[in-house]
Design a binder for this molecule. Sequence first.
Ligand SMILES: Nc1ncnc2c1ncn2[C@@H]1O[C@H](COP(=O)(O)OP(=O)(O)O)[C@@H](O)[C@H]1O
Ligand SMILES: [Mg+2]
Length: 250
Amino acid sequence: MPASGPVTSGYRPTEGAAAFEAVELTRSYRLEGVSVDALRGVSLRIEPGEFVAIVGPSGSGKSTLMHLLGCLDRPTAGTLRVNGVDVATLDDSGLADLRNQVVGFVFQSFHLLGRTSALENVALPLVYRGVGRGERRRRAREALESVGLGHRMDHRPSQMSGGEQQRVAIARALVGDPKVVLADEPTGNLDTRNGEEVMGILARLNAERGVAVVLVTHEAEVAARARRRIHVRDGLIELDDAAAAPGDAR
Ligand SMILES: Nc1ncnc2c1ncn2[C@@H]1O[C@H](COP(=O)(O)OP(=O)(O)O)[C@@H](O)[C@H]1O
Ligand SMILES: [Mg+2]
């Protein structure tokens, strides 16, 4: 954990814990009295430093699972521990702390502020941690340099290609020094060349910095770059190749 920034409540990291440990997770959505069971009992364990691809048909529950892992949402039932902390024990502000300190998110459609410079987009998560302006800019610059965008810091996302925008989003995910990067179809809106570049950055992040990467993809070539694949179907894990090769997980 970086020394800067106050811990406002609730969350205390646990040394040596799994990055994620889910036991019989369910998530149901209620829409106009109709209930949709998006996840129907998912159990998994992801260790620090793993590189995992979540694959499965559209509507199978992949994004729902990512939102739970990323503490953007809470399970309907079951247990989820993130970094050893049971999310059910945290209030909303404790959950927000956990999210801020442990995970970085990358979305298919980038989710950047289009009219704000790349530098300010990347620095934004540090505002919520109480990091001072000079330090925010220094760390944002470093994160942009690490994704090869040191020369684009003052550009706005609206002036950038899709591949560049996704690299800005990765820099934003990295600026808080997360233990895990969660990426929901990060190459889904990119052409092959830009998709490969984004995957290269994520793979390097995993190999060189030991950041765990969990990504959702439809593309077999993207999934093949991960060291473990979890297949989801109809809200359940259909196949997890960590089960076939347990020694693979560090
Ligand atoms: N906010 C929501 N409200 C209601 N239903 C939802 C919501 N989000 C997802 N769902 C439903 O949950 C199921 C799983 O969705 P999702 O997790 O987005 O799947 P995937 O990412 O694999 O395409 C789908 O049937 C979807 O329509
Ligand atoms: Mg999805």
